[in-house]
Design a protein around this ligand. Structure first.
Ligand SMILES: [Zn+2]
Length: 513
């Protein structure tokens, strides 16, 4: 006997409908899965057999064929367990003589434990969003209930295979999925900008970074406040709108981190350690998962001790810094994950940290300094908009320096600049000044008389590349927006040039331009 069920699968962060057909024929007992299944789907057999038996049903000792269609999409994951088990029950007549009507109209997702309990799975939110316009119902594991509720799709939750079987035969009801209270995640932004004394140049650069979504690198000795500033940076950014929140939540769902079951409302702040593998940073693996760059989508990726990251990891940042996405290749197909993050990188000027320090000696050889700096030179540095050097704060000055501006005051200025950009890019390609390219860049960054001579000097005397000049234009635009100025002025360009100082020197020194 043949049964047909509906389920879903993922490609990247997009959901697709899949039909699961189960055919039971007379013959020697066998179990075959066709339709491009991965290893986890093939292993479903053992879980399905145990779950069916431990739910109080007989498992048919016949020839069972499972077909997952369409065949050209690779089927990965353990969530096919539930539809396959239900298909076996329906095809062997355990759900009544005629398959229940709800079987055809409902989408089933869930991994089975050996005792028949339903386990939560990754990627429920993006899978359900594929049903958005259909008006269909889905049944998900109880552990995914809150996440499923975020989708806005009509969903029911079940704790076991038996509960779903009883619902299909009309013997019991299933609970609708309910949203969870949206409480903020633990470990949200630590501290306020006012706690960081001094470093006005770095604070100004971070304000510009937040206003135009510009990447930034902070270079300075240990104790200058690089990490303190970076960890407080998230407080300068506005909260995400619904579309951004949904995009980011989808990535957390696919990665399996969305199981807490709520919409990720606050911008992510990811701080992976420099020992991270390039696959964990960028994404990938045998069954691809988004990496840290995608988990930071719409938020901040803070890479402390930047040159200590492996060279493949640093080089792999080139694609997301250029295209705002990463492509993960695997056998038969490749998937793309969004990765529009704001990079905040921090590094010492040399391995010991004291090169150019006014009172402490650097213990590094020139070769050590060269090797350390070479890891982030060229193409990567070129892709970072703002480059800032922090000077050490002398203890004698420390007491005298007043507390800085609170984060909320800076964030209010940032918000005004963001609103100007929202109006500017309405319906356009870019969302912020940092994403301007081609025609948008020329249209919004026209230079006034006098300002182009600043750029000419920067290019001819300081040796800036064409890519650097584009960065200077975008930063100038953000500085003008912070001031509420319609046109870029000469002083905006002069300030912007100061944030490209690493371009012209192979070894940074303190305070020198
Ligand atoms: Zn040193």
């Amino acid at each position: 006997m043949l049964s047909k069920l509906r389920t879903l699968c993922l490609k990247g962060i997009d959901g697709f409908q899949v039909n699961a057909e189960v055919y039971i024929a007379a013959g020697l007992p066998a179990y075959v899965v066709v339709g491009l299944p991965d290893a986890a789907v093939k292993e479903a057999k053992d879980r399905v057999v145990a779950a069916v038996r431990n739910s109080g049903f007989d498992f048919p000792s016949k020839r069972i064929t499972v077909n997952l269609a369409p065949a050209e999409i690779k089927k990965a994951g353990t969530h096919f367990d539930l539809p396959i088990a239900l298909g076996v029950l329906a095809a062997s007549g355990k759900l009544g003589k005629k398959p229940p009507a709800a079987l055809e109209d409902t989408f089933f997702i869930g991994e089975l434990a050996l005792d028949g309990a339903l386990r939560p799975v990754a990627g429920v939110l993006p899978m359900l969003l594929a049903l958005k316009e259909l008006g269909k119902t889905a049944v998900v594991p109880a552990g995914n209930s809150a996440e499923a509720a975020v989708s806005g799709i009509k969903c029911l939750s079940a704790a076991s295979l038996k509960e779903v079987a009883d619902w299909l035969t009309g013997a019991a009801e299933l609970k609708p999925c309910a949203a969870q209270e949206n409480k903020p995640a633990a470990g949200a932004p630590a501290g306020d900008f006012s706690e960081v004394k001094g470093q006005p140049f770095a604070k100004r650069a971070l304000e510009i970074a937040a206003a135009g979504f510009h990447n930034i690198i902070l270079v300075g000795p240990p104790g200058a406040g690089k990490s303190m500033l970076a960890r407080r940076f998230g407080a300068l950014l506005p909260s995400m709108n619904f579309d951004e929140a949904l995009e980011t939540t989808k990535l957390y769902s696919v990665s399996g981190l969305g199981l807490a079951g709520r919409l990720v409302r606050e911008r992510p702040f990811r701080e992976p350690h420099h020992t991270i593998s390039d696959a964990a940073l960028i994404g990938g693996g045998a069954s691809p998962r988004p990496g840290e760059v995608s988990l930071a989508h719409n938020g901040v990726l803070f890479l402390d001790e930047f040159p200590e990251f492996s060279r493949p990891a640093i080089e792999a940042l080139r694609e997301p810094l250029e295209a705002w996405k990463v492509t993960v290749s695997r056998v038969k197909e490749s998937v793309a994950y969004p990765a529009r993050f704001l990079l905040v990188a921090a590094m010492n000027p040399c391995p010991c940290g004291y090169l150019g320090h006014p009172t402490r000696d650097c213990a590094c050889t020139p070769l050590q300094v060269h090797k350390y700096r070479a890891k982030v030179s060229g193409p990567i540095l070129d892709r970072i908009d703002l480059q800032v050097q922090l000077s050490p704060v002398k203890y004698a000055d420390w007491e005298a320096i007043p507390r800085g501006e609170p984060s909320a005051v800076i964030a209010a200025r940032v918000m005004k600049a963001i609103e100007i950009q929202r109006a500017r890019f309405k319906g356009g390609h870019a969302r912020a000044n940092a994403f301007m390219a081609g025609a948008e860049l020329r249209r919004h960054c026209a230079l006034p008389e006098g300002a182009s001579s600043v750029l000419e000097t920067a290019m001819n005397k300081l040796g800036f590349s064409a890519r650097s000049l584009d960065k200077i234009l975008k930063i100038s635009r953000t500085i003008a927006d912070l001031e509420g100025a319609a046109a870029i002025k000469r002083e905006h360009v002069i300030e912007a040039v100061q944030y490209r100082m690493l371009d012209k020197s192979s070894v940074p020194t303190f305070g020198g331009i």
